[in-house]
Design a protein around this ligand. Structure first.
Ligand code: HEM
Length: 599
């Protein structure tokens, strides 16, 4: 543009210098390249966490310097979120700790051995050799001393968490004691990462990939999953499905960041831009939905070549993921064992989905049935009851004590007996441990790397005044509030984004139905360790049917619910509830939107 043309342009209103979308949003974006110094200090992608994650666990000063997240990513580096890779690490993960010394070579060796041993037709749950199990117990204690960077710590968690799950489910019924050779370094490494000492979504998706061709960078057709339990294409595809979703993270986060910049100003230009960004977010979320729909139909990813076989997933892969109430040997203050209960990995631990919910104002807080906005104590108690029914092992209650006792008793008995089977079923229903007043989504955040959890809590705090420091930082109106205030400018775009999240959850429910609910009803292979458990359930169900005939329909219905339990009914109603919470966020013809706008 010539200087003469510039003079003829209508003068645009002066704008503060930090009104700048921090990253190029799309190809034709005309904004200047991002300079991190231009971000306002309270920008959600700029600020250091107010409280660093798990500060009490950072005991090694070397770690403080060496393991800080990579700050070259120009995005919320202190939160370990990258502008190029989102919640995935900015560099290809460390592939091996060989050469680190201090016991890590031996741990890598055990992992390589067991991956080979477990790669047998029909799966190896409950059938690992005593030779391998013993070799794990006899491992020298690995020291975390050489793990001075975040990528090294991540690899250590991947190795130890996989070895732990191989070990615990290498016998049937599963083990209940994590040997000190795994437990001690796992707890130490977990503390430093702000993770629980169990296999998480980070270990199975975020941190276990490598590039096929280094020159082509991170993209869906150039990435491979490196560590699996079964070495099957189905397991690789299962993790790739989530990884492909995460690849949308950078674009989504950039749009969220740009939106929040505009929310700060909320003038006419800002509202137009926000509407555009929300529509783009809706399109990106629809791409996640398309991935899920592809996986449900049979093929997804580049050339639709990835495929997860539902029965292989359910019977051969998924049992390796189970968490439980385990004794971690040698981790107590005086070297004694410590009992802890944790659930296994779930894409419910994906920070990306949580970030979208927070950003759009999808509220998962428990509330009383029929009271969509009820948040009182009574409402929470009622909703907790529903969650307890769906995930009985999630809560600390009498049931947990019974489960541990039942498992111990069953382990002592014949492993093919129905007692062992039903105890194992009970144990595998033990999913997630966390405070009983937290929602499922809150509990899932305990399974995210500490930096990501801090990122989400910072995102949340942008809209909520800090009662301890009411004047500390300006509080942004939530996007939902803003959309209600400006229904004409923002309503349709906001609803488009929330509607996309609803379609995402609809597609996810279909996926869970095909891969879990339907499979739970099918008979596993006769030779597999699951057959006895399945048979015990079948017999119990038959008994319930007899009861139905004896007691009449209503009572029998209740019996049937008890039997199906977490195998189907409860899971579906839980996922439906997450979907319903999303629908509640829609503004639609929200009658009180105008009233809010006046407020
Ligand atoms: C075959 C693939 C999948 C299956 C069988 C599956 C199954 C499940 C199940 C059983 C739950 C209930 C809670 C739990 O057990 O952890 C769940 C929750 C959840 N999953 Fe998946 N899932 C799959 C893929 C994905 C993917 C690719 C994503 C997205 C990254 C995802 C996101 C979520 C979220 C966010 C929740 C929490 C509930 C909600 O927000 O609706 N899942 N999933």
């Amino acid at each position: 543009m010539t200087s003469q043309q510039q003079q003829q342009q209508p003068a645009s209103p002066p704008r503060p210098s930090h009104r700048r979308v921090p990253f190029p949003i799309c190809e034709d974006d005309s904004l200047a390249p991002f300079n991190p110094a231009q971000l306002p200090s309270d920008h959600f992608l700029a600020q250091r966490p107010v409280t660093p994650p798990r500060p009490d666990s950072v005991i090694d000063p070397v770690w403080v310097d060496g393991a800080r997240p990579d700050t070259s990513s120009l995005a919320a580096a202190d939160y370990d979120v990258s502008v190029h890779t989102g919640f995935l690490p900015p560099e290809e993960p460390v592939q091996s700790l060989r050469g680190a010394g201090c016991g890590w070579d031996a741990l890598e060796d055990r992992l390589e051995e067991v991956e080979r041993e477990a790669a047998v037709p029909g799966g190896a749950v409950g059938r690992l050799s005593e030779r391998w199990m013993r070799s794990v117990r006899e491992l020298p204690h690995a020291s975390v001393e050489p793990l001075t960077t975040l990528p090294l710590l991540r690899r250590a968690h991947v190795v130890l968490a996989h070895l732990t799950h191989f070990y615990m489910h290498g016998t049937f019924p599963s083990q209940t004691v994590v040997p000190a050779s795994l437990a001690v370094p796992l707890v130490e490494v977990s503390d430093r990462l702000g993770l629980p000492p169990i296999l998480t979504y980070a270990d199975t998706v975020l941190w276990v990939w490598r590039l096929t061709d280094q020159a082509r960078g991170l993209r869906a057709d150039n990435v491979e999953i490196t560590t699996t339990f079964t070495q099957t294409p189905s397991e690789r595809a299962f993790f790739l499905l989530s990884l492909f979703c995460e690849l949308h993270g950078p674009a989504i986060l950039r749009l969220m960041s740009a939106t929040l910049d505009e929310v700060f100003f909320a003038d006419r230009t800002a509202l137009t831009r926000i509407a555009r960004y929300l529509e783009s977010i809706a399109r990106l979320v629809d791409e996640l939905t398309a991935l899920m729909a592809g996986a449900t139909r049979g093929g997804f990813g580049p050339d639709q070549r990835e495929r997860i076989v539902p029965e292989v997933f359910y019977w051969e892969i998924r049992p390796w993921f189970n968490g439980g109430k385990w004794t971690y040997e040698g981790v107590g203050p005086n070297g004694e064992g410590k009992e802890m209960e944790w659930g296994g990995p779930s894409a419910g631990q994906s920070s990306l989905v949580h970030a979208l919910d927070l950003f759009l104002g999808v509220d998962h807080m428990p509330r009383a049935h029929g009271h969509p906005h009820g948040h009182g104590k009574g409402a929470r108690v009622a909703a907790d009851k529903v969650e307890k029914a769906a995930f009985p092992g999630t809560f600390h209650d009498e049931h947990d004590k019974d489960t541990a006792a039942a498992v111990r008793a069953a382990a002592a008995a014949d492993s093919s007996s129905s007692a062992a089977a039903s105890a194992a079923a009970k144990a595998s229903a033990s999913l997630h441990k966390a405070p009983s007043d937290a929602t499922f989504m809150q509990r899932m955040s305990h399974y995210m790397p500490g930096h990501h959890r801090a990122f989400l809590s910072h995102l949340e705090s942008l809209h909520s005044p800090n009662p301890a420091a009411p004047h500390a930082a300006p509080v942004l109106p939530s996007l939902r509030k803003l959309a209600r205030r400006h229904p004409h400018e923002l309503g349709p775009a906001y609803d488009a984004a929330v509607g996309a999240m609803r379609r995402f959850r609809d597609a996810h429910m279909r996926l869970a139905t095909v891969f879990i609910v339907q499979q739970a009803r099918r008979e596993p292979a006769r030779g597999s360790v699951h057959w006895a458990e399945w048979e015990a359930r079948r017999v119990a169900k038959e008994r319930a049917e007899e009861e139905r005939r004896r007691l009449g329909e209503g009572a029998a219905e209740r019996e049937r619910e008890k039997v199906v339990g977490t195998g189907g009914t409860d899971l579906v109603s839980f996922l439906k509830r997450c979907r319903d919470r999303t629908v509640e966020a829609l503004l639609g013809d929200d009658s009180d939107a105008q009233a809010q706008a006046q407020a």
